[in-house]
Design a protein around this ligand. Structure first.
Ligand SMILES: Nc1nc2c(ncn2[C@@H]2O[C@H](COP(=O)(O)OP(=O)(O)O)[C@@H](O)[C@H]2O)c(=O)[nH]1
Ligand SMILES: [Mg+2]
Ligand SMILES: [Zn+2]
Length: 338
């Protein structure tokens, strides 16, 4: 080693696990290193960090993040950073919460994280057609260009007890990895507790041995068994050059978006703009597509065949949009009053 090497060494690591008190890094540190509490609290799962060892002094730095998924309820809580893809896991046991799931999807959209809905527990009797229709509202309406098959791929039906479906999930992960430009690909599972995130990860990566919980029938909620966020390497790609990291997170029962704004909604409901451009204009510039006269979105809706899947999908998107708008406006009124 030359003189410079002796004086200063810089190593780069990925954060594989993060709890309140500690982090696990990859590659692991060769010497013991104490992360100052002030920095530890700002580190997020899957962060890239750089540690500089200088004689008598060590410095740790969080490298710029390409995206950051967080929830905001009174205070902002960061969940995970630098994602290439997000799996939003939903099921109807515990019961499905459309608003909460939509908030996760909005956050992902706003951070430019592509997401896929993983509909888990399709073996369960609660997972019926009416639930499946509701879930579809999470996926933006594709005006054209995409075939039906592609559209369906944005929702993947899975069951822990069905190897064929598990294999489909595994193929989806491979597809994400192989189509990514990056040599290291990060995929995170999020969703309320009890939907089966940890079980799915254990199934895909048996060495993960994440604790799983029982969903209590009374509350139809999972017990919080996964307290820390963790990342596991998924070795499936024949292509050795690709490294896949799959992440488990604690259940998020209330995603809360205290800072949700109209602008966030507009990005998530990008199909409105497309419909306006291609088919029908709304008379008013800031149309809420609610009860205004000459609304292009409502005209597009009535132009669809009432018994078609497109009509059903568009209606459920419009309904979700209105609910979210209502929630934002209600919050604004409350804020103005206080
Ligand atoms: N019937 C059924 N149960 C499942 C499935 N996946 C997970 N579970 C059960 O759901 C419960 C909660 O799973 P867990 O992985 O802890 O959920 P998490 O909180 O999202 O990590 C466990 O009892 C699992 O056995 C599935 O596909 N079908
Ligand atoms: Mg779990
Ligand atoms: Zn309109």
């Amino acid at each position: 080693m030359n003189n410079i090497g002796k004086r200063l060494s810089i190593t780069k690591h990925r954060v594989l696990s993060k709890s309140q008190r500690s982090i696990i890094l990859e590659p692991p540190l060769t010497s013991s290193y104490f992360v100052p509490v002030s920095i530890l609290s700002s580190i997020v799962l899957n962060d890239s960090i750089e540690i500089a060892f200088k004689p008598g002094k060590q410095q740790i730095k969080i490298l710029p993040r390409k995206n950051l998924l967080s929830r905001s309820e009174k205070i902002e809580k960061n969940i995970v950073a630098n994602l290439d893809h997000l799996f939003l896991v939903v099921t109807n046991f515990p019961s499905f919460n459309l608003m909460n799931s939509a908030k996760m999807a909005i956050r992902a959209r706003n951070e430019n994280i592509p997401f896929t809905i993983i509909m888990n527990k399709v073996d369960h009797s609660n997972v019926n057609e009416s639930f499946k229709k509701k879930v579809k509202a999470l996926v933006p309406f594709e005006i054209s260009g995409e075939t039906n098959d592609r559209k369906k791929l944005k929702i993947i039906q899975v069951s822990l007890h069905d190897d064929i479906l598990i294999n489909k999930l595994s193929l989806k992960i491979q597809e994400i990895a192989l189509t990514s430009e990056n040599s290291e690909v990060s995929i995170c599972f999020i969703g309320q507790s009890g939907v089966g995130k940890s079980s799915l990860i254990n199934k895909l990566i048996p060495s993960a041995t994440q604790k799983t919980g029982i969903v209590s029938t009374r509350h139809k909620r999972g017990r919080h068994t996964t307290r820390e966020s963790k990342s596991f390497e998924y070795k499936i790609c024949g292509d050795d050059k690709k490294k896949i990291f799959v992440m488990d997170t604690p259940g998020i029962d209330s995603f809360g978006l205290d800072d949700l704004k109209n602008g966030d909604l507009i990005k998530y409901f990008s199909e409105w703009e497309e419909i306006n451009q291609r088919y029908f204009f709304c008379k008013f510039k800031n149309c809420r597509h609610d009860d205004e006269p000459d609304c292009g979105i409502r005209r597009f809706l009535v132009s669809l065949r009432k018994d078609s899947e497109d009509f059903q999908h568009m209606s459920s998107r419009l309904m979700l949009w209105k609910k979210l708008m209502y929630a934002i406006n209600k919050k604004n009124v409350e804020n103005n009053q206080s």
